[in-house]
Design a protein around this ligand. Structure first.
Ligand SMILES: [Zn+2]
Ligand SMILES: [Zn+2]
Length: 336
């Protein structure tokens, strides 16, 4: 039932895919923007590891046969595809691991956590010390589904989220069953307060305006001994937030921000006021002074399958790089 660490026909292609992906990383073939690298120094201490960078439904999206989705399909076949927006928080010396958002791509993307301690703990069905969830949209929590009986079969794993999100999980199947079985332990955290998660890691929840059909939505600020990171994959509009995004970016060492759409060109017939996400270009306009002054590091994530900034080596990626911003990529490590 549970995958013990024995060779199986399924394992080898995964390993090969991963090696070619990392080889391409090492060769600098996948470096879309300034400052993006696998820093061996930061791999040895607490860091965030980017596990995914796409909008909830992934790249390619189901039934999407545009040239961009077909390129996404080929990238996956070559072991360098994009997964749905997610992070791991890795404490290598302590062998502690956290997942930030549980996506439909979870099965493949957690293979990016290249740590013997993680593999050992997965064998013991306790790979994660905790799972942080931003909100109840499919790209951000549906991955929990394969952590139950049919899949990994985790035990006693805290799921850190808002009270509304915890209530949603314990009130709706199949998530309630995971809680009833003691696989997940929904653990509400009050927003706006610093919570110490372990001796190295602190987190703060910042509510953000978003389409909240089932629960509410937060961004996370993670702080460790070596840095801080804002993870904000979904927001309706910067102007509707009760925080100033420029101040928010200045207050952390790095900010992973909603980069769902590049411009209105992707959304024919829509006005900027009825697009439920900020546009990357407008976000760059807003944050350009912060980046130019060296007061913040802005990395875009959660790219929709329509976003031309997905195109490796394309003019949009060049513009992002030229303006001093970054686009997140699987394997990026951010020190904490
Ligand atoms: Zn999303
Ligand atoms: Zn959402």
């Amino acid at each position: 039932m549970h995958g013990a660490p024995v060779p199986s026909p399924c394992r080898r292609p995964d390993a090969l895919d991963r090696r070619s992906f990392l080889a391409a990383l090492g060769a600098g073939l996948l470096l879309p923007s300034r400052g993006w690298s696998l820093d061996p120094g930061s791999a040895s201490t607490l860091h965030a590891l980017v596990l995914g960078t796409a909008q909830d439904a992934g790249v390619p999206q189901v039934g999407c046969y545009t040239p961009r989705c077909d390129r996404g399909r080929r990238a996956h076949a070559e072991g360098r595809g994009r997964f749905v927006s997610s992070l791991a928080l890795v404490e290598p010396e302590e062998e502690r691991y956290y997942l930030v958002d549980a996506t439909p791509d979870i099965t493949r993307q957690i293979d990016l956590i290249d740590e013997p301690g993680f593999r050992r703990r997965a064998g013991e069905r306790r790979p994660f010390d905790g799972i942080f969830l931003t909100h109840a949209h499919i790209g951000h929590y549906a991955g929990l589904a394969v952590l139950g009986n049919e899949g990994l079969g985790i035990r006693d794993t805290p799921v850190y989220c808002t009270a509304a999100m915890a209530d949603f999980l314990t009130s709706n199947q199949p998530w309630a069953f995971l809680a009833e079985q003691g696989r997940i332990v929904p653990t509400p955290l009050d927003p706006g307060v610093v919570h110490r998660i372990d001796p190295l890691l602190e987190v703060e929840l910042w509510p953000v305006p978003h389409r909240d059909e089932f629960a509410d939505t937060v961004a996370f600020v993670f702080r460790g001994p070596g840095g801080s990171l804002l993870f904000l994959p979904d927001i309706n509009a910067w102007a509707r937030w009760d925080r100033d995004v420029a101040e928010a970016v200045r207050s952390v060492d790095a900010a992973l921000l909603d980069g769902s759409f590049w411009s209105l060109d992707e959304l024919p017939g829509r006005s900027v006021d009825d697009v439920p996400h900020p546009l990357m270009r407008r976000t760059m306009d807003r944050l350009q002074p912060v980046v130019d002054a060296g007061e913040g590091r802005v990395v875009f994530t959660h790219l929709n399958n329509s976003n031309p900034a997905l195109d490796e080596g394309g003019p949009e990626q060049a513009e992002v790089r030229r303006r001093g911003f970054e686009i997140a990529r699987e394997g990026l490590r951010i020190p904490l």
